[in-house]
Write a protein that binds this ligand. Structure first.
Ligand SMILES: Nc1nc2c(c(=O)[nH]1)N[C@H]1C(S)=C(S)[C@@H](COP(=O)(O)O)O[C@H]1N2
Ligand SMILES: [Mo]
Length: 206
């Protein structure tokens, strides 16, 4: 309501534990429903999730947005302030990367032969998931069935069926977001700005 000074481009949120996060001012003021949250699942916010107040910013990783036990919000500039993880090898911004994971079959598990269902989640917060593809044993990418899109900020379930012979098999998944971008298949570590690569699960068909 007070407005911000010209040149401001970041909100530095601070916590009782010394953590700080640098969130683009735009992400906290555009129409994405960023929250100062006091509750969760219809109850008072639990202590481990930030009681009495925490931030929730759709589309950004927690290390640049999700400050728990908030004590201060400072409207500032990236040129003037640096967040906790940005001095420890992480970037100062962190849009969530389009990604996906396989939940079944579990890695190293044994499943009955015949039709095997590969299932899991895909996400591309604030862009939304357009498609998910699964492949078996480096075969061709197959379109998965998608669950309902609750919102473009929520995870989306997928499943795909394969007829498999007994033996060892390896499933991989990739997501495609609503902008048409395909999940990056090249492996990279979480630091500095989020992991990439394909979740790969090897299991046995009995
Ligand atoms: N005060 C404080 N807030 C924090 C952190 C922290 O270490 N201290 N970690 C952040 C990170 S990296 C993530 S992923 C989320 C995790 O929130 P959750 O515990 O509610 O899942 O909290 C964020 N907020
Ligand atoms: Mo995190």
């Amino acid at each position: 309501m007070a407005g911000v000074r010209d040149g401001a481009d970041m909100v530095l949120s601070r916590s009782v534990d010394g953590f700080t996060a640098s969130t683009p001012l735009e992400a906290m003021t555009d129409n994405r429903d960023s929250l100062i949250a006091v509750g969760m699942n219809g109850e008072t916010l639990p202590v481990e999730h930030g009681f009495p107040v925490r931030l929730v910013v759709p589309g950004l990783y927690g290390f640049v947005s999700a400050t728990k036990w908030v004590t201060e919000l400072k409207v500032t500039r990236y040129d003037d302030d640096v967040a906790y993880w940005s001095t420890r090898g992480w970037s100062d911004r962190g849009p969530v990367k389009t990604s996906s994971r396989i939940d079944v079959p579990r890695g190293s598990s044994t499943v009955p032969g015949g039709t095997v269902v590969v299932g899991g989640y895909a996400w591309a917060q604030h862009r939304g998931i357009r498609a998910v593809e699964v492949r078996m044993d480096s075969g061709r990418w197959q379109k998965a069935q998608l669950g309902a899109e609750i919102s473009r900020d929520t995870w989306r379930q997928f499943s795909a069926e394969f007829e498999l012979e007994p033996g060892s098999h390896t499933a991989q998944v990739r997501a495609i977001d609503s902008t048409g971008d395909v999940q990056v298949d090249q492996f990279s570590q979480p630091a500095p700005d989020g992991a990439t690569g394909l979740h790969t699960v090897t299991f046995t068909v009995s």
